[in-house]
Design a protein around this ligand. Structure first.
Ligand code: UT7
Length: 327
């Protein structure tokens, strides 16, 4: 029997920042951002930390399932913007939620964080190591964005998606297959230089703006187009899925051009692709669970739908998951 997602919810902070917001002080334009990325607006949290994005989504997720806080076994937080280097944000979430019997940990895989954590949670549940995992993909990207750099400030947003992973009660439905990769050779193209043990915080690191994101956009773009499309096609072939079999592609939302290229390689029309980058930009670990939650809430995601989740991000990390939706 496979593990599956038994509940899902998301949270975006209320404050909307359109592309015009950046036009006021950076040399950029709504046209450039829209054409190059597909982004029109994003949300930034004015206060609070990543855990504060997670908690409302986690409460909603548990409430939808009718699960008591005492019954939560494990909390995994996928994020690159933890509240602190330590303790783990999972501990903060456990305390803020008040889930007295949960253990948990954080998982760092950048934009692939939700996929890597989903596979980890599924295998933990399938092996009997936990009855359920509260799986949180969340990032407060505004905490590490250089708002003076037009090449990154416009790309990201803040948000959270939370899924509950439990054993499926139907052997046909749930998380069926995965292909995941890392390649540290890609590390030099997308990283946060300082603040870790390799380069602890100092006056110089602050002066040199090394606590913000560093991204070489084109290098990441090229690798992302190939990596996400290749792995999505590979998981289709491995599971004998034709383009007509696939109901939904749920891609990481970094750039609409990367998403379209992946859909094209899979032979899928864009109406089978979940896209929320236009309204929320790249929310890193939150893109995939927030799409799933929004589409499920809108009644567009149906029980039995065959879906492929696909991601590419810093590391490099990338992969795909094939699941049959069970809600
Ligand atoms: O989620 C994690 C993984 N991340 C990704 O997958 C992101 C992958 N990369 C991308 O999505 C794209 O590379 C970007 C959206 C980041 C950039 O788009 P691009 O088409 O690759 O543009 P570029 O970096 O080649 O820059 C083209 C020009 C440059 O000007 P020059 O050198 O041609 O004069 C940039 O300085 O566009 C300029 N530019 C901007 N212009 C207006 C860069 N950012 C902006 C901006 N507004 N915000």
């Amino acid at each position: 029997m496979p593990a599956t997602i038994t509940s899902i919810a998301h949270y975006f902070p209320p404050d909307v920042y359109t592309n015009h917001y950046f036009e006021q002080y950076l040399e950029t334009s709504d046209e450039w951002i829209t054409e190059r990325t597909g982004i029109k607006e994003r949300r930034f949290a004015k206060n609070g930390a990543t855990s504060d994005l997670i908690v409302p989504a986690a409460r909603e997720c548990l409430q939808r399932r009718g699960m008591k806080l005492e019954d939560v076994d494990c909390i995994i937080v996928a994020t690159v913007t933890p509240d602190h280097m330590f303790p783990a944000t999972a501990c903060v979430v456990q305390q803020k939620l008040g889930a007295p019997n949960a253990w948990g940990f954080d998982l760092s895989a950048a934009c692939s964080g939700f996929l890597f954590a989903l596979v980890t949670a599924a295998k933990l549940v399938e092996a009997g190591g936990a009855r359920n995992v509260l799986l949180c993909g969340a990032d407060k990207m505004s905490a590490i964005l250089d708002f003076q750099d037009r090449a990154q400030a416009v790309l990201f947003g803040d948000g959270a998606g939370v899924a509950l992973v439990e054993m499926s009660d139907d052997p046909e439905l749930g998380i069926i297959d995965h292909i995941l990769h890392i390649d540290g050779e890609g590390g030099k193209y997308l990283y946060q230089a300082a603040g870790g043990s390799a380069k602890p915080a100092s006056y110089e690191t602050v002066a040199n703006r090394e606590h913000f994101i560093h991204q070489e956009g084109q290098a990441v773009f090229k690798a992302a187009v190939k990596g996400m499309a290749d792995v999505s096609v590979e998981i289709m072939e491995k599971n004998n899925l034709t383009k007509d079999d696939v109901d939904w592609l749920v891609p990481h939302q970094a750039n609409l051009r990367i998403i379209s290229a992946t859909a094209q390689r899979m032979g899928l029309p864009m109406d089978k692709v979940m896209v929320n980058i236009d309204k929320y930009a790249n929310t890193t670990a939150a893109t995939i669970p927030s799409c799933l939650s929004q589409w499920w809430e809108a009644g567009k995601l149906k029980k039995g739908d065959k879906i492929i989740l696909a991601s590419f991000g810093a590391g490099f990390t990338w992969g795909a998951v094939y699941m049959k939706w069970s809600l």
